[in-house]
Design a protein. Structure first.
Length: 501
């Protein structure tokens, strides 16, 4: 029945068979039982091995379609339910040490019970499975190649970027964890402190996140020479693309970075049902080259591959720094004051829904920029642009802020504004401050979430800043006011990365 849900028919095989789909129990770290399935090719082997940890809250059948495709092309594939979820034992550790030890135990089991080749081992996964795969590659040098899809390399920059809690993302993960698994006491405490904005525990929360971030262990991945492919969506509201791009730049071994339109895991979703999917095709090519030695050209292609949200076409770059190499600076002059605690109407949408609609229908959130209430939103607009502005990469904002309170939150949005004043959201990002002296100006540097979007000729760019967005927890006391200024000695500006023509 489980396989039928994916259009597959699990074969009735004996536990020792080397063909078809087998459902097995694997003993993980500390004796915890992990529910798993094995799909293997016929023939004596040895065969390259791919290990697939499941995504957060997903059952063990998640990868059956892709596992079957990999097995058909000569791989032994072991997919397992991450500890604490569904029928696997233990508690949810959120890619903690036990999860990483589990990955190595699964590899040990596969080498002992299948025709897997100990010299040709890969790991892959979506979301949670991607995060575990990267961390496992840092811990286990046997892992030669990784395809980490819609995952995180920096957990803090993912759900606490700009020192702001990404509340919809965290609540979604927490709720799904309680529904499908058994969160451990550490996770419950961390999530509770995070959602309640317990700043006394901020250092502890950050330390917890860093232990679960591959960027903190990138030197070990580099020392192992692991071939790492990273794939993500421009609009991922759980693990935004910036942190993957930064991690990619720190890798020194074979590497590839792919960004596509969509939200969290939507770029890979169709492939989980066995439908044609560019991301999974790239992952198979990555493994074919690095585990099979196939001369398929993946090593000769531009390693950074971007799919534009506007055109749907792919663009290749030699590295991330070459993306948006033409920086255009827009002055953010004058002084604007906004009252806090009121949503101006500008917002980033809804987790999973908004950017999925943009992916399939090219319909980002819109506002009427002329009608935005200036009491609650700061607005700066460029002149109409003579030619198209192909935004590529990370928009940066520098400004000076004066607050009437010691804590506060602001959210910046970049809009593509057409002739009628309708603004289509290009990107956004939050910023929170604490322990500031009321009435004393301070500088703010903010990176918006990376994107690839074409602003048509004749349109304007608009930067909008307000203080409330449903995606984020805001820290503005009632009645607070923020003033944005541009001192002559430190002028405010927005730097927009454009594709070189």
């Amino acid at each position: 029945m489980a396989g039928a849900a994916f259009g597959l028919a699990p074969a009735a095989q004996a536990d020792g068979a080397d063909t078809g789909i087998r459902f097995v129990d694997i003993t993980g770290d500390g004796g915890t039982v992990l529910k798993a399935n094995v799909v293997a090719p016929s023939g004596p082997g040895p065969h390259p091995l791919v290990v697939l940890p499941t995504s957060w809250a997903m059952p063990q059948i998640e990868y059956l379609a892709q596992a079957t495709a990999l097995a058909d092309s000569g791989y032994v594939v072991v997919s397992y339910n991450s500890r604490g979820f569904w029928q696997s034992g233990g508690e949810i550790e959120t890619a903690g040490p036990k999860d990483i030890a589990d990955a190595s135990e699964v590899i040990d089991w596969a080498l002992a019970h299948t025709t897997a080749d100990p010299g040709r081992i890969g790991m892959a996964g979506v979301s949670y499975g991607a995060g575990i795969s990267l961390l496992a590659a840092a811990a286990d040098p046997r892992i030669k190649a990784v395809a980490a899809l819609s995952g995180w390399a920096d957990l803090i920059e993912s759900i606490y970027s700009g020192r702001t809690q990404h509340v919809q993302a965290a609540a979604l993960l927490g709720g799904a964890g309680h529904l499908t698994g058994r969160p451990g006491p550490e996770l419950k405490e961390i999530l509770g402190d995070f959602l309640s904005s317990n700043l006394e525990k901020e250092d502890a929360m950050i330390a917890w996140g860093r232990k679960r971030s591959a960027v903190e262990q990138v030197d070990r991945i580099n020392a192992h020479g692991t071939a790492v492919m990273l794939g993500n969506a421009w609009g991922d509201t759980i693990f935004p693309p910036n942190q993957y791009a930064s991690f990619y730049e720190e890798l020194t071994g074979p590497k590839r970075l792919e960004f596509r339109p969509g939200d969290h895991a939507t770029a890979e979703a169709t492939g989980l049902f066995g439908l044609p999917n560019d991301t999974w095709t790239s992952a198979r090519r990555w493994f074919d080259h690095h585990l099979k030695g196939a001369d398929n050209g993946v090593d000769r292609e531009q390693p950074v591959q971007l799919k534009s949200r506007s055109t749907g076409g792919y663009e290749g770059y030699p590295d991330w720094k070459s993306v948006g190499a033409d920086q255009r600076r827009f002055d953010l002059g004058g002084t604007q004051r906004v009252l806090a605690n009121v949503d101006s109407g500008a917002n980033g949408g809804t987790t999973l829904l908004t950017n999925a609609l943009d992916q399939f229908l090219r319909t980002p959130p819109v506002v009427s920029v002329p009608l935005l209430p200036r009491a609650f939103a700061g607005v700066w607009q460029s002149d109409r642009q003579d030619g198209p502005q192909r935004v590529r990469g990370t928009v940066r904002v520098h400004t000076t802020v004066t607050s009437t309170a010691s804590s506060g939150t602001l959210v910046a949005y970049l809009y593509d504004v057409g002739p009628l004043g309708v603004g289509k959201l290009v990107t956004n990002a939050p910023y929170t401050f604490h322990d500031r002296t009321p009435g004393r100006p301070f500088g703010v540097d903010l990176e918006l979430f990376s994107t690839a979007y074409d602003v048509p000729a004749g349109h304007r760019l608009a930067l909008v800043v307000d203080t409330v967005d449903p995606l984020y927890i805001e820290h503005n006391p009632t009645g607070a006011q923020l003033t944005f200024s541009s001192p002559p000695a430190d002028p405010s500006y927005m730097s927009v990365p454009l594709r070189e023509e």
